[in-house]
Design a protein around this ligand. Structure first.
Ligand SMILES: [Zn+2]
Length: 96
């Protein structure tokens, strides 16, 4: 995505780093102008579904505990890597 304010590019890796630094939906600062963006409530909700639903389905599969554990780990890693695509940002100043 690009910053609305200074239109400098906010890269995938920069976003991922911002999310992982805090392990939360910390506000993201534009590397260009320092403008603050926050993650929208809707995309947080979608992201929680992505985290919770699959572990429920995985537990229904007739795999061994070890296999389910591995599937969960692989899934969580791929979900974490796709955080910048799932989470949507908006300008923090527009938040009420
Ligand atoms: Zn900016």
């Amino acid at each position: 995505m690009n910053c609305n304010n200074c239109s400098s590019k906010i890269s995938y890796l920069y976003l991922l780093g911002s999310y992982l630094k805090s392990f939360s939906y910390e506000d993201v600062k534009c590397p260009g102008c320092g403008d603050t963006y926050s993650v929208t409530f809707f995309s947080r909700a979608v992201f929680s579904l992505f985290i919770m639903l699959p572990s429920y389905f995985f537990s229904k599969l007739s795999f061994s505990f070890k296999q389910i554990f591995i599937i969960n780990v692989v899934y969580l890693i791929s979900i974490i890597l796709s955080m910048p695509f799932i989470l949507r940002l908006k300008k923090a100043s527009t938040e009420i």
